[in-house]
Ligand binder design. Structure first.
Ligand SMILES: Nc1ncnc2c1ncn2[C@@H]1O[C@H](COP(=O)(O)OP(=O)(O)OP(=O)(O)O)[C@@H](O)[C@H]1O
Length: 378
């Protein structure tokens, strides 16, 4: 079943972003293949598109890092987005605003209330090589991953996470200062319990929805549904209790454990410590113990399931950024991926050094050559 509608980036204009001094490009709605040598600027282009969503983009880079070396005034990204709603112009960057004030977002020329406003128009999902260590790296990577999935369907999740972080930093400060002010602790812990429970509940819900979407993957083939089993640790426990009891339990526990946390110098429990478990079902094995290829297939299956989920919930297929994915897949897996992308009906940017890997898409995709900060059609 094809997603009914699609949102896509139809034009992108970059100023002083990474190795692009000045670039203006028009894109077609379907598959877009970016090929070029190492260091040409393929990932940089995908990264620019990832800035059309809140956060620090697919490399989690600072504004200084993404500003072209030697540029004096920051960077700017302008995009025209087309969807069932018609057209909208999104502009973002630091030009004229300086690093201290952060990047600004404009929608149709007017300042946005916050970066989250971009999510009303466009959802961007990515799969990049740095995610290859998702299952073997620290739990914080997996928390960030699940939070990004939640954010794509619930824009208020970012605010919640910031509020929780702020409250926790306040509690940690009180702990390290050996403060005894009950009133302060109570106020901060109440806020942590409220936002922390909401964060955990949103993650539980995402895991539940994703499990449903995984069922849409093919039964066999390169990204089979039978392989993926998902669960969260804290989230799983919380999922089976009514939210308010959980909030009260978390609050009681925070209060009861001040002494322990004071000794540790930080808050030892809460959603900032939870993890996402992904298992290879047939092997009954944590994903982190699987082979590199198996991990890649599990991750690809997860990202495709999330793409389908976003398409269903928002009634519009999101934009996908797939960096160097084709190089890791054999011909059969590549063909299957292209088929799934076509079925999902999303605009998918795919990069690689070797155009031959995308030959199956001849006549069905827009092919672009990237070279030293400029881009030409093939
Ligand atoms: N702030 C910056 N200013 C200017 N150039 C930059 C900046 N940041 C990165 N670059 C340059 O961008 C290039 C890397 O581009 P990118 O990562 O997009 O390459 P790529 O085409 O994806 O290559 P690969 O195939 O090796 O992954 C490098 O040459 C790097 O020096």
């Amino acid at each position: 079943m094809k997603a009914e509608a699609q949102t896509h980036v139809s034009r992108l204009i970059l100023t002083d972003f990474r190795n692009y001094h000045s670039l203006s490009l028009d894109f077609s709605p379907g598959a877009i293949v970016l090929t070029g040598d190492n260091g040409a600027g393929k990932t940089n282009l995908l990264e620019a598109i990832s800035f059309l969503t809140p956060g620090r983009g697919l490399r989690r880079a600072s504004h200084d890092d993404v500003t072209r070396a030697g540029a004096m005034n920051g960077f700017a990204i302008h995009a025209r987005i087309e969807g069932a709603f018609g057209e909208v112009e999104i502009g973002t960057g630091t030009i004229g605003d300086g690093e201290a004030s952060g990047r600004k977002v404009r929608i149709n020329g007017a300042p946005a209330r916050s970066a989250d406003e971009m999510l009303e128009w466009l959802r961007v999902i990515w799969l990049v090589p740095s995610m290859d260590s998702l299952f073997t790296g620290p739990a914080s990577d997996r928390r960030r991953f699940i939070d990004r999935l939640v954010l794509a369907i619930d824009p208020s999740h970012g605010r919640r996470a910031l509020d929780y972080e702020k409250a926790m930093r306040g509690r940690n400060r009180l702990l390290s200062e050996n403060a005894r002010d009950e009133g302060w602790f109570e106020a901060i812990e109440r806020q942590m319990a409220e936002t922390g429970t909401a964060i955990a509940a949103a993650r539980v819900e995402m895991v539940r929805l994703l499990c449903g979407m995984i069922e849409h993957l093919p039964s066999d083939g390169p990204f089979p549904k039978a392989d993926i089993a998902l669960s969260g640790t804290l989230e799983e426990a919380l999922a089976y209790q009514p939210a308010v009891d959980v909030e009260e339990a978390f609050l009681r526990s925070l209060s009861a454990n001040r002494y322990r946390d004071r000794a540790a110098g930080r808050t030892l429990e809460g959603p900032h410590r939870s993890d996402l478990n992904v298992r290879h079902r047939p092997k009954d094995m944590p994903a982190g113990l699987c082979s590199t290829g198996e991990q890649k297939a599990l991750l690809t299956g997860l990202v495709l399931s999330h793409t389908r989920l976003v398409a269903e919930l928002t009634r519009s297929a999101p934009v996908l950024l797939l960096d160097e994915i084709a190089a890791h897949l054999d011909a059969g897996r590549r063909a299957a991926l292209f088929e799934i992308l076509e079925e999902l009906n999303c605009q998918a940017f795919m990069s690689g050094t070797d155009a031959a890997l995308f030959s199956a898409l001849e006549g069905r995709a827009q092919f672009l050559n990237v070279s030293g900060g400029s881009i030409s059609s093939r």
